[in-house]
Design a protein around this ligand. Structure first.
Ligand code: NDP
Length: 455
């Protein structure tokens, strides 16, 4: 695959990159392994301090990094700025909580004084997607750097600008060379890296297909893995929900990052009484979306990350309609141009025999389902191959939490539309993958919880 920046807004190829040779990969692994060996002997507090420096450095260079992101994938500049800020906050979270996250835990044993001691396991391989090109890397880097696991990474072929910048900015902030090394490599080289004995784990965020292949390679080599895959998250609106509150952000819940978010609300599930009002709120929000230059403050809907992504989504929506879905809002003729913009659409009447019922739409496509009651809403929410995240809106938050507990998913947000924070562990069940990133659980993914028993 060719690593290339193709600006999705202008269509211009801005830069192409050569793939790394096997020798370059070996040098990167050697350097990473050397770090692993030396970090084991250093206090964690040293790396915590450096993570705080990363946070400060990212805050001092928000616009520079955000510009790189916007050129790579066409993301709205203001959203790219937000991505840099949340990435800085992740570094800060692991810096500030370093002591508690890496402290040995005592427990009772009949054999003597027992402890669980957090230890690193070795070099990690991260394979990451384009949709949040800096944040995705930071999710793996920050907890593992703190713990003492260096990482090498293969980023998406359309985000080489962000891939290079991440490593460069870390080093500029004072992080050691070889703590996080960008590799422009092929899929075969990724497999070789997973097999390398210096590498002890692989983290992937991406599609189910990539998840199947990477997990198989990890399994074959007996390496630990974590997979953050797709989602078709439900947004359940219960009978007593405050519809005026929902109206304020229902559009954002679907259109943020041009709808290319694994945890964005994709299936709006509404009881009969609220259906018309919710559908009209979503329609109004979609109508307001303003396409344009991602650097322009007035633009609210960015292009998709590539022309190919737009064409794939057009085909998927057309197939859903051919199979009986109603195009409740939108005009597919506007989506036929050779630009990367996808003008939002809303699909209703998606029945179980429509392939769309079980698919993920990775773009500005809202699916709205009418159900007769709460029980049917829960059943529909769970009738999915995915289980990444979800939203429940309820007049009574406690009851909302009871409903949340019945959803088979990695996280549920009651009376808010979710999002991501450094302290909230992130990860799904079913075909959304396994393992958690972020928060206290994020550091466990590639930790050796060594048991030491002393008599
Ligand atoms: P892909 O799986 O195609 O790409 C993700 C990364 O995996 C890229 O770096 C890609 O490289 C790489 N990759 C793909 N196949 C292989 C392989 N066989 N061996 C090694 N590397 C491989 O994902 P998409 O670009 O389609 O991204 C969107 C998908 O990711 C959606 O389904 C979305 O839901 C999911 N996603 C999940 C998130 C989560 O946190 N759970 C967050 C964001 C997205 P290359 O670009 O070179 O092909």
């Amino acid at each position: 695959m060719a690593y290339q920046i193709t600006n999705p807004y202008t269509g211009e190829v801005e830069k192409t990159y050569d793939n790394f040779t096997d020798e370059q990969v070996d040098t990167a692994l050697a350097k990473a392994y050397e770090n692993y060996q030396s970090w084991k002997k250093e206090p964690v507090a040293n790396r915590a301090k450096k993570l705080q420096a990363v946070c400060d450095y990212f805050y001092a260079h928000i616009d520079e990094l955000a510009t790189i992101i916007t050129h790579d994938i066409g993301k709205l500049f203001k959203e790219a700025q937000g991505e840099v800020i949340i990435s800085a906050e992740i570094a800060k979270y692991y810096a500030e909580n370093a002591e508690t996250l890496t402290a040995p835990k005592d427990f009772d044993s009949r054999m003597g004084k027992a402890q669980i001691v957090p230890r690193p396991i070795g070099v990690l391989m991260a394979v990451e997607p384009w949709n949040f090109p800096i944040y995705q890397l930071m999710r793996v880097f920050a907890p593992n750097y703190l713990l003492g696991n260096p990482m090498v990474y293969k980023h998406a072929s359309n985000t080489p600008g962000s891939a290079e910048a991440f490593e460069k900015f870390l080093v500029a902030a004072g992080i050691e060379e070889g703590a996080a090394t960008n590799l422009f490599v092929s899929y075969d080289q990724v497999n070789d890296i997973i097999a390398d004995k210096r590498v002890q784990g692989v983290a992937l965020t991406g599609s189910e297909r990539a998840g199947e292949l990477i997990a198989a390679e990890a399994g074959k080599n007996l390496k630990r893995s974590s997979l953050e895959l797709g989602g078709s998250d439900p947004f359940i609106i219960l009978e007593d929900a405050d519809l005026s509150e929902i109206k304020k952000f229902i559009g954002q819940a679907r259109l943020y990052n041009a709808g290319q978010v694994c945890t964005s609300s994709k299936r709006f599930i509404v009881t009969e009484n609220n259906y018309d009002e919710v559908l009209s709120s979503l329609t109004a929000a979609f109508k307001e979306a303003k396409t344009g230059d991602p650097f322009d403050e007035a633009t609210t809907l960015a292009p998709l990350n590539s022309l190919k992504a737009k064409k794939d989504l057009v085909k998927q929506v057309e197939k859903a309609i051919e199979n009986g879905a109603t195009l409740s809002y939108g005009d597919m003729s506007k989506n036929q141009g050779d630009d990367a913009f996808f003008y939002p659409v809303i699909l209703t009447d998606i029945t179980k025999d429509n392939p769309a019922y079980y698919e993920e739409f990775f773009g500005p496509v809202g699916e709205v389902y009418k159900v007769k009651d709460e029980a049917e809403a829960i059943e529909l929410a769970n009738d999915s191959v995915y289980g990444l995240s979800g939203v429940v809106f309820a007049g009574d938050p406690e009851h909302g939490a009871e409903v949340a507990a019945q959803i088979e998913t990695g996280a549920v947000f009651v009376n808010s539309y979710g999002g991501t924070l450094p302290e909230l562990p992130f990860g799904g069940v079913k075909r959304s993958g396994y393992g958690k990133e972020l928060g206290t659980l994020g550091i466990d993914a590639f930790m050796n919880q060594e048991i030491i028993v002393t008599r």
